[in-house]
Ligand binder design. Structure first.
Ligand code: ATP
Ligand code: MG
Length: 323
């Protein structure tokens, strides 16, 4: 049998998601068993580890322990067709995807694909979703860095932590989303320590300029006023998001309701009353309507049934604004 230490290490590495360490310990167990003369068991363990490794298995996390809670890694499923945005914005995203796919060709001419992208716009309009779509389309992992949390947790050491993340980019290839970017992007004071934020911003500008990896760097903010001009210059693309116009609201609702949409759905009032809501709020209203239909054993959602959750969202928005 495996030793007590090996068992404890296996369990620990499982809970801390250290996949590579988990494999190593499993192989140590196999070696231990082989020495005891249990060669069939040793062989089985080794085969299991080899086949998981070949599949790619769960991702091997190389982020240092202290960054784990601040860098969230995922393999998103958001598809390009479900992202409802104006055509011009869509074209620019397509261009980023296209250049990435042709990066070797560009490289052979001494050019770099566009890969430093700033997303600006109100909450719930698709900034995070865009980073998810980029990752999905390019078969990359999405690493989200919550800037406001990074700054708060590592006050005084934020630049060093950012450097750690930038140092990982060439090895841990992926889409890096610096979310709530205005936490460092402006002259906003945090604990009145503007000096610290200035230093962090300067460090970030330096890192982004020095970075030559192929990873995509996406920064997202809903507060453009706080962003500094020196910073805007560093990005290859700046994409502006906004609340959905009429035709986008219609497309979004049709996409989400899907087969739940009643055949003779009357759009007019729904389109009018959803004005001012974000994509995310409309998405939630549609899902509420679908849930109501399911719970009352109805097969579809009519326009008037969708108006209830839409009005609720409008009320919630007004309440929030008037506070
Ligand atoms: N343009 C869009 N097209 C389709 N669905 C959208 C769009 N924008 C938002 N959604 C829906 O709302 C959810 C939240 O949106 P997302 O997280 O992308 O907003 P955000 O712009 O990053 O907001 P925040 O500024 O609050 O971070 C998405 O997961 C998606 O379901
Ligand atoms: Mg977001």
């Amino acid at each position: 049998m495996a030793t007590a230490d090996q068992l404890k290490s296996l369990i620990r590495s499982h809970f801390s998601q250290e996949t590579e360490r988990f494999y190593t310990i499993a192989l140590q167990v196999a070696a231990h068993e082989a020495r005891q003369g249990h060669s069939a068991l040793a062989h089985d363990i080794k085969t299991m580890v080899d086949s998981e490794r070949k599949k790619g298995g769960p991702r091997i996390l190389t982020f240092p322990q202290d960054l784990r809670g601040l860098v969230l890694t995922e393999e998103p499923e958001a598809s390009r067709v479900s992202l409802v945005i104006p055509q011009l914005l869509q074209d620019r995203i397509n261009r980023i995807i296209h250049e990435y796919r042709k990066k070797e060709k560009l490289k052979s001419f001494g050019l770099k694909h566009r890969r430093k992208i700033l997303l600006i716009g109100p909450p719930g309009t698709g900034k995070t979703m865009t980073a998810q779509v980029l990752a999905k389309e390019l078969h990359l992992s999405l690493h989200t860095i919550q800037m406001d949390r990074l700054v708060t947790k590592f006050m005084g050491e934020t630049s060093a932590k950012l450097r750690q993340i930038f140092d990982l980019m060439p090895q841990e290839h992926g889409v890096y989303l610096f979310d709530e970017f205005d936490a460092i992007g402006g002259e906003r004071s945090l604990d009145n320590d503007v000096g610290e934020m200035r230093r962090v911003l300067n460090a970030f500008l330096q890192f982004i300029e020095q970075d030559t990896s192929d990873s995509l760097i996406v920064a997202a903010t809903n507060n453009p006023k706080l962003l500094d001009h020196a910073l805007l210059r560093r990005f290859d693309d700046i994409l502006y998001y906004d609340k959905p116009e009429e035709d986008e609201r219609k497309q979004l609702i049709a996409n989400i309701l899907g087969t739940f949409k009643q055949k003779d759905f009357s759009w007019k009032t729904v389109i009018e009353e959803s004005e001012g809501l974000s994509h995310s709020e409309i998405d939630q209203a549609c899902r509420d309507a679908i849930k109501n239909a399911i719970l009352s054993d109805q097969e579809n959602v009519s326009a008037s049934e969708l108006l209830f959750p839409i009005r609720n969202r409008q009320e919630a928005r007004k309440g929030f604004i008037n506070k």
